[in-house]
Design a protein around this ligand. Structure first.
Ligand SMILES: Cc1ncc(COP(=O)(O)O)c(C=O)c1O
Length: 387
């Protein structure tokens, strides 16, 4: 096999950094005003710009997506009982339920979207069910219409974990406008980042007011605390970073789209590698580049491919493995039984997210694809033509 070890490590993602000079300019204003947090000028500006960019009415900034999810559950008055969710997600999705005294009920996923399979939700609904917490994994929209129809039939709330869905549109409107609320993450690994950060998208003015109290200890004014809130605030230094990120996020999406097209072109004919195309009616954000590895056809399993790629300085990630239903804190739940989650089990065992970020160059993508192609060929030869 020809050796393509990359000179520098290539990680699954890398943030686009704003100009340091422009960031310093913004910080000079912060230094002058000496207003560091608690709804500062930059915080208000960023909320306004996000409302415009995303085409939404009610956006509340948060210190991270996890606290935003915690607050969303409180704002929707969802605590105790059960919430139906996906096991194929980042740990935060299940943990925020636990922290709100809610029992997660894991539901299997759809083989095409990797999101909650609506056909499997209804049998899991019980007298205890409060809400559905689907995730738009990799920014791919859930079947929002089917999920809403189920929620309406059973009087359930729908809270979307939209951590990956910045800027995604579905049938011409923001994906974040579906359900009762949606939560974004602005973590450093995300397409749009404020270093750490997040946002909660509310549906109604009442919900928006409640969210804003809850993220500030429940404080309504100097003399009034209306409820048991928490500290979910984003500070001015993060808002400054976000304002500059917002100026370049559309270029970032366009760059990632070009790289996604290149990966698709290079990998579609590799035996045993499945790479998905765009979905109808969706304006994607190309935040992630997941592939599935079918070991029989490819010549090695996902874990072997992931380990082998590291030897070539390519650091792909097994998002989302292990499934949340495998964590010791949840594995005893009846809904965590692997037999009930066959698609999630298979996908978690085969998925690999390849490096994607705007500044990644074409040559590196070509080298990554060629390395994958050759590793597969080698695996098939070693195993006598497939295993
Ligand atoms: C699906 C999902 N939900 C929730 C979170 C939590 O967001 P944060 O890291 O901003 O707390 C993340 C990622 O970090 C995520 O990927």
């Amino acid at each position: 096999m020809r050796r393509y070890r990359l000179a520098e490590p290539v990680y699954v993602t890398r943030p686009t950094m704003p100009s340091l000079a422009r960031y310093s300019e913004k910080l000079e204003g912060v230094w002058r005003r000496r207003w560091l947090t608690n709804e500062g000028e930059l915080h208000r500006e960023l909320e306004g710009r996000l409302r415009e960019r995303l085409g939404l009415e009610y956006v509340s900034l948060f210190c991270n997506g996890t606290i935003a999810l915690m607050v969303a559950l409180q704002a929707l008055r969802t605590h105790g009982g059960e919430v139906i969710t996906t096991p194929f997600t980042f740990p935060a999705t299940a943990h925020v339920l636990f922290w709100n005294g809610i029992r997660p009920v894991f539901c299997d996923i759809d083989a095409e979207t990797f999101n909650l399979d609506p056909r499997q939700i209804e049998p899991l609904i019980s007298a205890e069910t409060q809400a559905i917490l689907p995730v738009h994994v990799y920014g791919t929209p859930c079947d929002v219409d089917a999920i809403q129809a189920i929620a309406d039939r059973h009087g359930l709330r729908v809270l979307y974990d939209a951590a990956h869905a910045f800027g995604v549109e579905y049938h011409g409107r923001s994906l974040l406008s579906y359900g009762d609320a949606s939560v974004l993450s602005f973590h450093a690994t995300k397409l749009f980042t404020t270093v750490e950060g997040g946002a909660l998208v509310s549906k109604t003015p009442e919900q928006f007011r409640r969210v804003n109290f809850l993220k500030n200890f429940g404080i309504a004014d100097e003399d009034t605390v209306i409820g048991p809130g928490i500290n979910g605030k984003l500070n001015e230094l993060q808002a400054a970073f976000g304002l500059l990120q917002l100026e370049t996020v559309d270029v970032e999406i366009a760059n990632r789209q070009r790289l996604t097209d290149l990966y698709r072109e290079q990998l579609t004919d590799v035996p045993g590698i499945i790479i998905r195309g765009d979905r109808p009616g969706v304006s994607h954000n190309y935040g992630y580049l997941p592939i599935l590895v079918e070991p029989e056809k490819f010549g090695m399993c996902r874990d072997e491919l992931c380990d082998s790629l590291r030897e070539f300085n390519i650091f792909a990630r097994k998002y989302f493995h292990p499934l949340c239903s495998h964590f010791p804190c949840y594995s005893a739940l009846p809904s965590a039984d692997p037999k009930r989650l066959p698609t999630a089990e298979r996908v978690a065992g085969q998925v690999l997210c390849l490096p994607i970020y705007g500044e990644l160059d074409r040559e590196t993508v070509l080298a990554i694809c060629e390395t994958i192609r050759q590793l597969g060929r080698l695996g098939r030869t070693d195993s006598g033509g497939g295993r």
